[in-house]
Design a protein around this ligand. Structure first.
Ligand SMILES: [Zn+2]
Length: 203
């Protein structure tokens, strides 16, 4: 286990913004559980694309917009990134690394520096489709996080019936839940459990 205080903290670079975008994309578009209920991605391609565009524009204002004919591939990418982020949250690098390499192998990277400040390393140019660009960008950013040990900052929600992922930037690395709602659900569950045990002991 690597102590977080000994690692370079994610700095808000383009690379780190790509990882944040990957986390946000998966939490909004990957199937699983969220806040105690089954989570299914939008069935409407227009909604899928508008959700992804809003997320990606938040993290990268020059992003090439996703188009509706990319919706299915976009959901596929979100699902793959979610599985990968869960592996990283579980510190299961032998499982995660081949998945990152598969993301990178499917499309060629176009490494280049931005042409104006702030100088940042980019992984695709704008000739690629949005899905290809984000696949290569997120794959490369996560590869860089693995090589620098920064994946220790990726965690999964500890609440039951929730598999959402989050960035834990607390110094102690003790954040456990994706949201206040899951934290409250867990408190209620723990309280009920204690009550049930107390009641059982009293009988
Ligand atoms: Zn949660």
């Amino acid at each position: 286990m690597v102590l977080k205080g000994m690692m370079t903290r994610p700095s808000g670079s383009h690379r780190d913004q790509l990882v944040m975008a990957a986390i946000a994309l998966t939490n909004l578009l990957a199937p699983g559980y969220s806040n105690g209920v089954r989570f299914t991605p939008p069935a409407d391609p227009a909604e899928t694309v508008s959700t992804a565009n809003a997320v990606c524009e938040h993290f990268y204002r020059k992003q090439v917009p996703f188009t509706e004919d990319e919706a299915e591939r976009l959901l596929g990418l979100a699902g793959r990134l979610h599985e990968l982020l869960l592996d990283l949250a579980d510190d299961d690098l032998p499982t995660a690394v081949p998945k990152i390499n598969a993301l990178l192998a499917e499309f060629p990277a176009q490494l280049h520096l931005s042409s104006t400040p702030p100088w940042s390393l980019h992984y695709q140019d704008h000739s690629a489709s949005a899905v290809e660009g984000w696949q290569v960008g997120c794959g490369a950013a996560l590869a860089s996080w693995v090589s620098s040990g920064a994946t220790q900052y990726i965690s999964r929600c500890a609440a039951v019936r929730c598999d959402r992922v989050f960035f834990d930037d607390t110094r102690s690395g003790t954040r456990r839940f994706c949201s206040p709602r899951c934290q409250n659900r867990d408190k209620v569950r723990a309280y009920r459990l204690r009550q049930a045990i107390a009641n059982a002991n009293a009988n």
